[in-house]
Design a protein around this ligand. Structure first.
Ligand SMILES: NC(=O)c1ccc[n+]([C@@H]2O[C@H](COP(=O)([O-])OP(=O)(O)OC[C@H]3O[C@@H](n4cnc5c(N)ncnc54)[C@H](OP(=O)(O)O)[C@@H]3O)[C@@H](O)[C@H]2O)c1
Length: 352
């Protein structure tokens, strides 16, 4: 069977990457692409790298245009999805790349995003340890999927094995991320101008206000399970914009739980990801670079045990537009539809 697909936000970065992956997917046919201010223009003017889709024209994003497909991808600024999802009740599968359907807590949504709260959908990070298994099990047969925040997913993947195994203290998590400006989207913003970004490392969202914090907290709570939930998950989260178009290098640390041996710590991550294709733990002493995962649906993790500081250190690299968004969306789509999970996705990156 070939599934018909509509992609909204197709002139943007996330929409463009979803299109790039689907163009090579054997089971999907991209029928419709939509945008907002650029509706009416040829897709190829906004995504000149997508040569095989040069015949498509960006249409206006309306419920009528999006309806009638087997699968709809929404890649819109947060807060915009709900107006379409309500009208797509008959669409068998809707996948939202935005934040609108990620959070389960209305209070967290109100505190970090504001505006109307929308119902949570199945969270699109299949490899995340959750009570009783992996998040993958919640995606089988799903009809509504929330793809993750790019920073949130890599920090959650970095620390969830330690939380699930009880080998780290989640009350004192510190994470610092080097992030490329494509994570902030394609619309014009002065802080993303080349003259502001090139030759500089620019912190932003410092001090606990970043919108991905509640998403990480939610994922780590799910990893902890309900038997002995942590009293408090404290996350100090500091992203730093660096001059690379794509990529995230997240360095996350947390205290080692009392009485836990080094081998138990490493075992927790090996047990969590040893059988995974797209989330890989590097051998002891090795740490990833963002260059190793560009264009790949792969998250690479390096683990260190710092006994002087009594902390676990996880350094993780991901391509924010692939495993951080579009790849996670397509991988989740494959699971929901019962297709082989890796269909249309590459574990290999491009280098140099
Ligand atoms: N960039 C990433 O690495 C990343 C990672 C994870 C998740 N996401 C999420 O993916 C979503 C899209 O992000 P992005 O980076 O692709 O942003 P972007 O590059 O700025 O693209 C936004 C897209 O949405 C369209 N759009 C803007 N306002 C709209 C409206 N009111 N109604 C309908 N369409 C509208 C734009 O169309 P026009 O160009 O025609 O105006 C454009 O196609 C966001 O929710 C973001 O949080 C992004």
């Amino acid at each position: 069977m070939t599934y018909s697909v509509a992609v909204s936000g197709a002139s943007g970065y996330a929409g463009g990457e979803i299109l790039r992956l689907l163009a090579a997917h054997p089971d999907t046919e991209i029928r419709t692409v939509t945008a907002h201010s650029n509706a009416g223009q040829p897709l190829i003017e906004h995504q000149p790298h997508l040569r095989s889709l040069a015949h498509l024209t960006l249409q206006d994003t309306t419920p009528e245009v999006l309806a009638g497909h087997d699968i709809v991808f929404l890649a819109l600024p947060h807060g915009q999805s709900a107006q379409y999802t309500d009208a797509l009740g008959d669409t068998p599968l809707v996948i939202d790349a935005g934040a609108d359907h990620r959070l389960t807590s209305p209070e967290a949504w109100g505190a970090f995003y504001g505006g109307e709260f929308s119902a949570p959908w199945a969270y699109g990070v299949p490899e995340l340890p959750v009570a009783g298994g992996k998040q993958r099990q919640n995606l089988i047969g799903a009809s509504r999927i929330a793809a993750p925040g790019c920073n949130a997913s890599i920090v959650s993947l970095s620390l969830a094995p330690g939380v699930a195994a009880g080998v780290i203290e989640p009350s004192d998590i510190v994470t610092v991320l080097a992030v490329g400006p494509s994570g902030a989207g394609k619309s014009l913003k002065p802080n993303l101008l080349a003259s502001e970004v090139l030759g500089s490392a620019n912190p932003y969202g410092v001090g606990g206000g970043h919108r991905h914090i509640p998403e990480i907290r939610q994922a780590l709570l799910a990893a902890a399970g309900t038997d002995a939930p942590p009293a408090h998950i404290g996350i100090s989260f500091t992203p730093v914009l660096v001059p690379m178009a794509r990529g995230i290098l997240a360095t996350s640390t947390a205290p080692i739980a009392a009485g836990v041996s080094d081998s138990r710590i490493r075992d927790a991550w090996e047990a969590a990801y040893g059988d995974e294709t797209f989330v890989q733990l590097l051998p002891e002493g090795q740490f990833p670079r963002t260059a190793d995962v560009l264009g790949a649906n792969t998250a690479l993790l390096g683990l260190a045990i710092d006994r002087n500081a009594n902390r676990v250190v996880v350094v993780a690299a991901v391509d924010n537009l692939v495993k951080g968004t579009a790849g996670a969306a397509v991988q989740s789509m494959n699971i929901a539809l019962g297709l082989p999970e890796a269909t249309g996705l590459s574990v290999n990156g491009v280098a140099p």
